[in-house]
Design a protein around this ligand. Structure first.
Ligand code: CAO
Length: 445
């Protein structure tokens, strides 16, 4: 048994951040990664996860306090065995499976406890950015919900999906009484029993099978990033009526230009890939079609058009998928964009992205072009309304009216929220992006 002092981990560039929720009280039992506090800066809201499992014996912060990296916040009494094994020294990154879009991730492996008294190394779990840009009501945006570990445990026990429960506590926090009321309404038939159902029979659960009856199996817990991104992807998949428009563009000239500029770019310390040109073409098309650079209001009755152009880039890391945001793409040249992209993807792979690096996106690009594939259907990064998926360019015979010519064709897709964008606008957007990429001169017009 040992008492661990919990301090605020690295929260990026933020200093003196408000505590807006204290999610645990003395006596609460918490598991690793259970949320302890919610912090809110002017840019992001983030939850501080527990590095240990054990009992909270002292809470030294209150709502309204300001904290920074290293501020002591509470004590957790960790049992001998848990103390030795709980600190989740960062998961050992497994080599990413480059052939798969959803590369399997190695889950955090607790070090087995050699002796009950082993001193736990101070774990440094990263804060979890739960909302972007200005403080938002994360419940309204469908992005996250707040509940104490005991309420989460209570909901789990009863099989209640917390994303379905409206919170009546401060800042929409879900209380035990809310879960009870939800269960009551399900029993009375006035609320759907499973996530995302808005009528009809709801979503029947996938039945679980004991796979070991067919052969050997091994169960690995999903890593923290995968658990978080999974929740966001599921929320978007269930809430956003997706349409995916497929298209292709002729990047023969663009790629020749990229190769011609390779040596000059290297002197500038950057590596040019097709992605930066695509970012520029996308931003010009977003300026032509502002409904794609937008979000819907929480009640779905208005569209909020953004006058800034920040592009999220999906980055594949050993720990899972993350989406850092390249800011002000409209104002930057190709070299600056390449520099930003290289810096952000390196930070992403080192697990060093701050909440600010991941906030403020308007539109996302997921590029699998360096890996392969012909087309795929990306999931909209809600509350954005559209996302582009890039696949691998290939030389193909293209009919020019007289003969077949070898042209470098890049397939791509755009998934969009059909509430914000109509089908005709969807295909106009992809056609426009394609035209810009086929003739980069149009980007300066
Ligand atoms: N067609 C053909 N070749 C392409 C290409 C395309 N569409 N896109 C990139 N390439 C080439 C690049 O030019 C580079 O080759 P050279 O070294 O010969 O120039 C090579 O593929 C590797 O590029 P890259 O992937 O390192 O760089 P990038 O700028 O294209 O992408 C990044 C950067 C961070 C987006 C990428 O590394 C990555 O993580 N991609 C995966 C994103 C992902 O997982 N998405 C799925 C999300 S949904 O689960």
């Amino acid at each position: 048994m040992s008492v661990e002092q919990i301090k605020i981990p690295d929260i990026g560039d933020f200093d003196s951040v408000d505590v807006i929720e204290v999610l645990v009280s003395e006596g609460d039992v918490v598991a690793v990664d259970d949320s302890l506090l919610t912090l809110e800066s002017d840019k992001a809201t983030m939850e501080i996860p527990s590095p240990f499992s054990g009992k909270v014996t002292k809470v030294s912060v209150s709502v309204g306090d300001k904290v920074s990296e290293g501020t002591y916040v509470l004590d957790i009494e960790v049992s001998g065995e848990a103390a030795a094994s709980a600190p989740v020294a960062e998961s050992k990154p497994a080599p990413a499976d480059k052939t798969s879009e959803k590369a399997p991730e190695k889950a955090a492996e607790p070090t087995p406890a050699p002796a009950p008294k082993a001193e736990p190394a101070p774990a440094q779990p990263s804060p979890v950015a739960i909302a972007n840009a200005k403080p938002v009501n994360t419940q309204e945006m469908g992005a996250a919900y707040h509940a104490s570990p005991s309420v989460r445990a209570f909901a789990r026990k009863l099989g209640a999906e917390l994303s379905q429960v409206s919170g009546s506590g401060p800042k929409g926090r879900i209380m035990q009484t809310d879960v009870e009321a939800f269960i009551k309404s399900v029993m009375q038939g006035s609320a759907p029993a499973s996530a995302g159902a808005t009528g009809g029979a709801g979503i029947p659960p996938v039945s679980f099978i004991d796979f070991s009856q067919f052969g050997e199996t091994e169960t690995e817990e999903l890593g923290r990033i995968k658990k978080i991104s999974g929740k966001f992807l599921h929320t978007s998949w269930l809430n956003v009526p997706h349409v995916t428009q497929f298209d292709e563009c002729d990047i023969t000239e663009m790629d020749q230009f990229r190769k011609d500029m390779k040596a000059t770019a290297e002197k500038q310390g950057v590596k040019l890939t097709p992605l930066v040109f695509v970012m520029k073409a996308v931003v010009k098309a977003l300026q032509d079609y502002p409904s794609f650079n937008a979000s819907l209001s929480p009640d779905g009755q208005s569209i909020i058009k953004k006058k800034y152009y920040n592009i999220g880039i999906a980055v594949d890391t050993p720990n899972g998928l993350v989406v850092p945001v390249v800011k002000d793409v409209d104002k930057k040249g190709i070299y600056d964009l390449s520099r930003d992209l290289m810096a952000l993807s390196a930070k992403a792979r080192d697990g060093k992205l701050s909440p600010a690096d991941m906030s403020g996106g308007c539109f996302t690009i997921s590029s699998l072009g360096g890996i392969g594939g012909t087309q795929f259907t990306p999931i909209v990064n809600a509350p954005e309304v559209a996302i582009m998926g890039l696949s691998k360019a290939k030389m193909q015979p293209v009919w020019n009216g007289k003969e077949f010519e070898p042209r470098l064709m890049m397939p791509f897709s755009v998934s969009y929220d059909h509430r914000a964008v109509d089908g005709a606008e969807g295909v106009r957007f992809t056609t426009t992006v394609s035209q810009y990429l086929s003739d980069l001169r149009q980007l300066i017009m």
